[in-house]
Design a protein around this ligand. Structure first.
Ligand code: SF4
Ligand code: SF4
Length: 374
């Protein structure tokens, strides 16, 4: 237990915090700076797109965080320099997390009030007045939430989906030093999951953790059990990520209800592995879980957490859109500042503006500490 990595201890204790940067979110400055702020705030896992440039940006931020560990402690944050796990997300079939919106601005009527631009939580839709400047969806910023699709009165926005190619996965794991993989799947025939898993299996023993992310659906528990039987060899740590209401945590408090209900359903099935919530999670999630008695009683008595059969409790929470939107005021300010030094990919470094950095860490910590102070 003592030589177990700190993030895996969090999972065992039931206070695991995961930042979801987004399976299709490729805006490198945001990925880098979100990673830095949430790592210094004590996150256990950073979940990013399976894209080499995104992985490099994330790893660079992790190294910076390690260098800043002492500064973090001096400012009262508990980060000791133990890095979070680096996870990449893959899909075995069509999945909204793995798509990008697009449209042709030439088709937009000139009197359209552009509700698409206002509703986009990622500021991925841009209109410029001159033809020389780009207008439309900024591909790297779009993470596929779909809100622009339903709000366009002319129905001209569409999405392009993509599916992870198994052949590309193994070299990615081998060469990039990834700790964990998450597979997004949906209740249905097992063949697609099986195809993807077969490509990963030869390197499964290098993974510290495997997560399976799934929405609710008829036959969910039987499907998850069948997946469990297929995962051979099985990494030591397995997470069932209950994706209640995908990519919606920033919309309002109530979005968390679906994932809590789904979490209860999977817990009741008593599958081997840990249950972690996602999809609609926000600052309301932990208080709600506490009120329902679904979190470990982590009260510290004589420095010993009172761990009550952790497998019967929710082991952790992952935050995506809520965590990103929470820090967007700081990251937006950063993008508008003149910064001389950038990282190896030309990204603006949050640490170049210490005041903004520590404001961002404090805000990130306000979310991370909800589950950490259990
Ligand atoms: S609203 Fe969602 S799907 Fe549409 S562009 Fe923005 S992030 Fe992409
Ligand atoms: S809402 Fe539809 S028609 Fe209006 S600006 Fe956006 S994409 Fe164009």
């Amino acid at each position: 237990m003592t030589d177990l990595l700190a993030p895996l201890q969090s999972l065992k204790h039931g206070n695991w915090f995961k930042l979801i940067c987004g399976a299709s979110f490729q805006h490198l400055p945001a990925v880098r700076n979100l990673t830095l702020a949430y790592t210094l705030a004590g996150a256990d896992c950073i979940d990013v797109a399976a894209d080499p440039a995104v992985i490099v940006a994330t790893q660079e931020a992790l190294l910076v965080a390690q260098r800043l560990a002492r500064d973090a402690q001096e400012r009262g944050f508990a980060f000791t320099g133990d890095l979070p796990l680096l996870m990449v997300s893959l899909n075995d079939g069509e999945d909204p997390h793995f798509r990008k919106a697009d449209f042709n601005t030439q088709e937009c009527p000139s009197d359209c009030p552009r509700p698409c631009e206002k509703i986009c939580p990622a500021q991925a839709i841009l209109f410029n007045n001159t033809k020389d400047e780009f207008s439309g969806v900024i591909r790297e910023k779009c993470y596929g939430c779909g809100r622009c699709l339903s709000i366009c009165p002319y129905g001209i926005i569409y999405t392009n989906s993509y599916v992870s190619t198994p052949g590309a996965i193994a070299p990615l794991i081998m060469s990039k030093g990834i700790d964990a993989i998450e597979i997004h799947t949906q209740v249905g025939p097992l063949a697609e999951f099986q195809r993807l898993w077969q490509a990963i299996a030869p390197w499964a023993d290098q993974l510290k953790l495997l997560a399976i992310s799934c929405n609710d659906g008829e036959g969910l528990i039987d499907y998850l059990q069948a997946i469990y039987d297929l995962i051979v060899p099985r990494p030591q740590f397995l997470i069932w990520q209950t994706d209640g209401r995908s990519m919606s945590g920033d919309i309002g408090d109530g979005t968390t209800i679906a994932t809590i209900k789904l979490g209860q359903k999977v817990l009741a099935a008593n599958l081997a592995g840990y249950v972690q919530l996602a999809g609609g999670t926000n600052s309301y999630t932990v208080p709600k879980l506490q009120a329902m008695g679904l979190l470990n009683d982590f009260g510290l008595e004589n420095n010993n957490p009172k761990i009550q059969n952790p497998k019967s409790k929710i082991a952790g929470v992952a935050y995506g859109s809520y965590a990103r939107v929470l820090l967007s005021p700081m990251l937006d300010q950063l993008e508008n500042k003149e910064v001389v030094n950038t990282d190896s990919q030309g990204n603006i470094r949050l640490e170049e503006k210490p005041e903004l950095l520590w404001q961002a860490v404090a805000l990130a910590h306000s979310l991370v500490s909800q589950i950490k102070s259990q």
